[in-house]
Every structure is written in C-alpha cells, then in structure tokens.
Design a protein around this ligand. Sequence first.
Ligand code: GLA
Length: 393
Amino acid sequence: MFNSLIETFINYFGGSSEGIRVFKAPGRVNLIGEHTDYNGGFVFPAALTMCTTVLARPRSDRKINLIATDLKQMVNADLDNLDQYKSLKWGNYQLGVADELQKAGYPLCGCDLLYEDKVPLGSGLSSSAAIEIATALALVSLGYTANGTDREIDMTELALISQKAEHNYVGVKCGIMDQFASAMGKKDMAIFLDCRDLSYELVPLKMNDYKLIISNTNKKRSLGEGKYNERRRECEEGVSMLQKALPGITYLREVSVQDFLKHGNLLTDEVIKKRVKHVVYENERVIESVTALKNNDLITFGKLMNQSHDSLRDLYETTGKELDTLVDEARKIDGVLGSRMTGAGFGGCTVSLVHNDSIEKFIKQVGEEYKKRIGYSPSFYISEIGDGGREEV
Ligand code: GLA
C-alpha cells in the first residue's frame, strides 16, 4: 500500500525499506462549536479519512531531515539546536513539535522523515494539526524504540504538546480542538469535547440518508492568523469586563446565557459584546446538537448549524463573502438541512448536511453559483469520518 512512498523515501534518503515505519494523522471537520475551544468551551469535531502520512526511519546521529512528496527542498535540522528554525516556511510545524517534545522530556533520536499531505493546506480542515500529530507520534515512537522504552503513548499529551508548538513556534494561539480531534478521532464517531478539562464522549454519527459535504472556498487565507489571535484577545477582554459581576470566572465558558442577559451591560464595548454573545450561545448550541444527534434528530441539528454560521457571520465576524456565498447557495437547495463554516473561518471550508438525493445537484448548483459570484470554483468533498493518529503496521 505504501510502496511508492517507500520508493520515494529511499530515493531521498538511501538504504533499503528496512527500519522504515509509517504513521498517519487526519484532518478534522468541526460539526459545531466554533471559537469556543480557547474559551474553555465545548466543541464537536470528527476526524476525517484525509491524512498526513509520515514515513520515518531512525538515524544514528542527532540530525532530523524532512522532505515532502510535493516539495523539492529538504530541510536538515539539528535536534540539539531547534531554536533556529522558527522562520522556515515549511518544516516549522514539525520542528516546533520536536522542540516541545524535548522540552517536555521525551527522548528523541535523529531521523529521516518523508511527508505526504492529503489534507488540503490552509483550508480550515486542520492540515497543520495533522502534520503535528503525525510528527509527534513518529518522533515519540522512534525515540521510545531507540531508548528501549515500552511505555504506551499518551495521545492527549501529544495533542497538548502539538498545540504548544503552534503557540510558541508558529505564533498562532490556537485552542486544543484540532490537535485533540486529530489525535483521538474514531471512525464514524464525532467527539463531544469539553475543552476546559479535556473530558470527552464519542457520539456515533448516524446520518441516515444524509451526508456531510465539505465545500472549500479555495480562498487563500492570509490575514486569518492575525485576526484569530485578535478574536482570542477580545474574548479575554470580555472575561475581564464580566469579572466585575462574576469574579469567579476565568473563561467565557463559565458565563451562562442567564449571566449574559443579566450582566451583558458590563460589556461596554459593542464589538466585545458581540464576541461574547457568540461564544455563550455557541456553547449552548453544541450541547443541543449532541442531544439532537443522539436522538437522530437531524432537522434540529441542521437548524443549529445554520444558527452557528449566522452568529459567526454577524457577531464573531469570521466568515467573509466566500464562506457566506457557499452557505447562502447551499441553503437554497432542497434537501439541505443546515450549512455553516467550519474551522477558524476567514476563508477555508463550510460543512453542509445534505440528503443523498440532493448531493449531485448541490455540487453542481453551489459550484456554478459560487463561481458566478466569486470568480473561481470551490471544491467539494464528501466527509468520511476516520480514525485518529496511528502507526500503520
Ligand atoms: C482553528 C483553531 C482551533 C479553533 C478553531 C475555531 O481551527 O486551531 O483551535 O479555535 O479555529 O473553532
């Protein structure tokens, strides 16, 4: 199955297939619960079958060499000097993970790594988390073998370390949702995750005659990262304004709808008020969505998806014309129960709940109308829900 990748690996790094191990970690789609994770709130993502695959082989020195199937230039790094690679355009996620793993006390060994990325980059489907988790798993597995450790790998810890890499190495102050979903996903299950204490429940995705269709705006994200950190700061400001009445809170997650209605007047800045309102109600929508899905009530779930998008458009302001156009066109089609942006926003993808009989029409009509209105075509994927990070044996 991995023959051609093994061949590519040997072309770059020499030797034979002996000692090459294969690791995979997926992207994710978030069903609902957007921009709630860094507020200590609830999210409801599922891992996709689209993955980053890493072929890895230990070396006897302390070098770490990285290449990807779609890149020409190899990155050669030194495990004992990982501070110097932060500005790399490609390779910084991987080396950031290596750096944080070592800081957390993991014994790493030198290695050669070949990447194949099947999660569309910058699309809001967590291509970066897929790279991070696949890297973390490969580095820790090789390190444990080299050191004769037979400790079980703690995937939640790898998720937290990967998140740290993104904060400290890449500079995006992301929440834990993406890394957690990529590490802990299960086939045909969504993860109802409480981001305050990382307790979670796997909820079977029974979609009856419906499918989750992902539509990619194909808009290249640029300002996204800056705006992302800005939203996070606005939420923190909201917390400090509300602390005057609710001194015990540290996260917006601890603000209920009732609290918001009672103390919303403390949010004297209109923008901050809108951000807080989104987070407070979005957390409620996650809980309601989990119940709806458990009751096989796709109609209610679809309505909640729509409300989530509208709130992200009007209150949190993370959509933009491309995402709004996709959602707008999707909702015009009979057989679509709900449609919303997924991930950070500012471009990226939407997820829509579409009846099997309407999928063809959906792809044709949304595709054509989007092209007319935006000027270029979107892409579509039927989400298949797969397992989280793993070694292929
Ligand atoms: C990005 C971040 C996540 C989360 C989403 C928005 O994907 O990496 O932590 O905040 O945006 O829900």
